[in-house]
Ligand binder design. Structure first.
Ligand code: ADP
Ligand code: MG
Length: 564
């Protein structure tokens, strides 16, 4: 039996497309500018292939202009242009990508960094426009043509008078309604900020004539009131070369810090800038920042983690959460890769191996950079830890301790003997020869812990004690179980193993001698305590409460406070 071909109802498809694949109307500008950039790229490669054509990279540009009266927005490029057939094929057939075809026809595909591939981006113009006109003159052609459409009903192609090479796209913006504002795309600030947001790293200049204001000459001084006049000036809106693609020697620390503050809305320099790029299994560049202080909403549910994601210099996602593990959710920054499988709207990624691979490498990199910071700049690290240490400790405990090995050397706890935050490694390196455990005490403040009756015995032995003041601390240690084969021990637990054999014997004897007293005390405290014992570890205090189970009194408090 002959195979029947699927037929698509083009109008319905177009309607579906226009209204359902994009969540943000504003991306139409990104799509049209990407197309313009692709068209220039194609011409550029073409001329490279043909040898000297008298065209220079510096001649290429994209222009954006608005006409408020006419309600039009135009995007002009001097790229490769389209012939009549190409207008018909590329803009008349949904999901046909001339760019993908171009890329496939070329032999050295790797070097071609063309953005288009799905053949749908162009139609996003209909989200904001009720009339779209495309005038184009193909490179080397004598004629130019105009493609025009008012939407679902179809399109027309007629001769045009365009004299220069390239394409001009004119959008007539829809009339504003009560709940939809299309006119905003005629505002200069809106256009300039959209170009900055999505197309800042397009490699050709995106220019626009901007209306500005200045002090009128001869006014504002010698007692004359200031008067202002407006004037026009053409400006390049995009910065073109991504800062992360520049070599290290080209970019100063100040520039990186300024970039961070501007892009990620912080007023302080970051504690650490991490730059990394790889080729091979996954090709990407990443520029990451560790902020100095936690944003206001950091420890709340409102906080969204994620890195910006660029594909070939165009921003695809503002916060890609999959690129960061929770324990490093405080990291800001971006990743630029050509290797990602994007979904059709280019707003999201298909969850793929590539992304996982990149995320895994970034995680290792962040962990190793933090460890370098800890070794080389203790003061800075402690400052960092004040802001984000809690997150690292949660990270250790989270997911049944999946990340505990990675994080165990990055966490700090206040030490009773050093009087400052220390690592577990440092603690263990100072342990006394006869010391069996890593001792810790829990409480609301360090001072309180140091005053616990049980702390005296530890101090008397010359042992160090870690002071755990955050709720999560003890959980983090419990999930670690041991550090370098040393178990952790809460100083309020029953068995601290501080006594020598003789001391043990002596207290057993004491217990025997005072049996009656102990029974009497136990009876009067019935229901409040499990047992009353003579203790060898009390020094200055007459009495203390101890626990014998896995769970300390402090953990019990946390557990009781948790919602059921
Ligand atoms: P994609 O960019 O994914 O290929 P689009 O719907 O954005 O899909 O564009 C469809 C095709 O139309 C492009 O592949 C390209 O061949 C052609 N095209 C669009 N805009 C231009 C332009 N400014 N200059 C030349 N060709 C263009
Ligand atoms: Mg496109």
């Amino acid at each position: 039996m002959a195979l029947k071909q699927f037929k698509a109802e083009s109008k319905r498809l177009l309607d579906l497309m226009i209204n359902s694949i994009y969540t943000h109307k504003e991306i139409f500008l990104r799509e049209l500018i990407s197309n313009a950039s692709d068209a220039i790229d194609k011409l550029y490669y073409q001329t490279l292939e043909m040898g000297d054509t008298g065209l220079d990279r510096s001649d290429f540009a994209i222009e954006v202009a608005v006409d408020r009266e006419a309600r039009t927005l135009t995007i002009t490029d001097n790229g490769i242009g389209m012939s009549k057939e190409e207008l018909d094929n590329n803009l008349g057939v949904i999901a046909k990508s001339g760019s993908l075809q171009f890329k496939n026809e070329k032999e050295q595909k790797e070097d071609i960094d063309i953005i288009g591939q799905f053949g749908v981006g162009f139609y996003s113009a209909f989200m904001v426009a009720d009339d779209v006109k495309v005038e184009s003159r193909a490179y080397g052609s004598e004629e130019s043509w105009c493609w025009e459409s008012k939407g679902l009903d179809g399109y027309q192609i007629s001769p045009s008078g365009k004299e220069s090479r390239g394409t001009v796209i004119t959008l007539h913006l829809k009339e504003d309604t009560e709940d939809e504002q299309y006119g905003e795309f005629l505002e200069q600030y809106r256009i300039t900020s959209l170009v900055k947001k999505y197309s800042d790293y397009i490699r050709y200049p995106i220019r626009m004539e901007l209306q500005k204001s200045r002090l009128k000459e001869g006014t504002g001084k010698d007692g004359k009131d200031p008067e202002y006049e407006s004037y026009f000036e053409v400006e390049t809106l995009n910065s073109m070369t991504p800062i992360w693609k520049k070599s290290r020697s080209e970019v100063s620390d100040e520039e990186l810090n300024a970039f961070y503050k501007e892009k990620f809305y912080d007023w302080q320099d970051p504690v650490k800038v991490i730059r990394t790029s790889t080729e091979g299994a996954a090709t990407y560049s990443a520029l990451l920042f560790i902020p100095k202080t936690a944003p206001m909403d950091y420890y709340t549910r409102e906080y969204e983690k994620g890195l910006q994601l660029y594909a070939s210099g165009v921003m695809i996602m503002e916060k890609c959460a999959d690129l960061l593990p929770d324990c490093f959710s405080f990291v800001k920054g971006l990743v630029d890769s050509q290797d990602l499988s994007l979904n059709i709207s280019r707003e999201m990624l298909q969850h793929d191996r590539q992304l996982k691979l990149i995320a895994g490498r970034l995680e290792k990199k962040i962990a190793s950079e933090l460890s370098v910071l800890l070794q080389n700049d203790r003061e800075k690290y402690e400052e960092f830890f004040k802001s984000f240490g809690l997150q690292l400790k949660y990270g250790m405990y989270d997911n049944y301790g999946a990340k505990k090995e990675e994080l165990k050397d990055l966490v700090l706890f206040y030490s009773s003997t050093e009087k400052k935050p220390v690592t577990l490694k440092e603690y263990v390196s100072r342990m006394k020869e006869d010391q069996k455990f890593i001792y810790y005490g829990c409480g609301e403040t360090t001072e309180r812990i140091l005053q616990l009756p049980q702390a005296d015995a530890i101090a008397e032995k010359g042992y160090e004690m870690l002071c755990l003041t955050d709720n999560v601390d003890e959980f983090a240690l419990k999930i670690l179980e041991k550090y370098e084969d040393k178990e952790f021990r809460n100083i309020s637990s029953d068995d601290l193993q501080l006594q020598s054999e003789e001391e043990k014997k002596a207290s057993e004897q004491l217990e025997e001698d005072n049996k009656e007293l102990l029974t009497c005390m136990k009876e009067s405290l019935e229901g409040k305590v499990k047992d009353v014992k003579i203790s060898g570890r009390l020094k200055k205090h007459p009495v203390c409460i101890s626990t014998d189970g896995m769970i300390s009194t402090e953990m019990e408090k946390v557990l009781n406070a948790m919602p059921a």
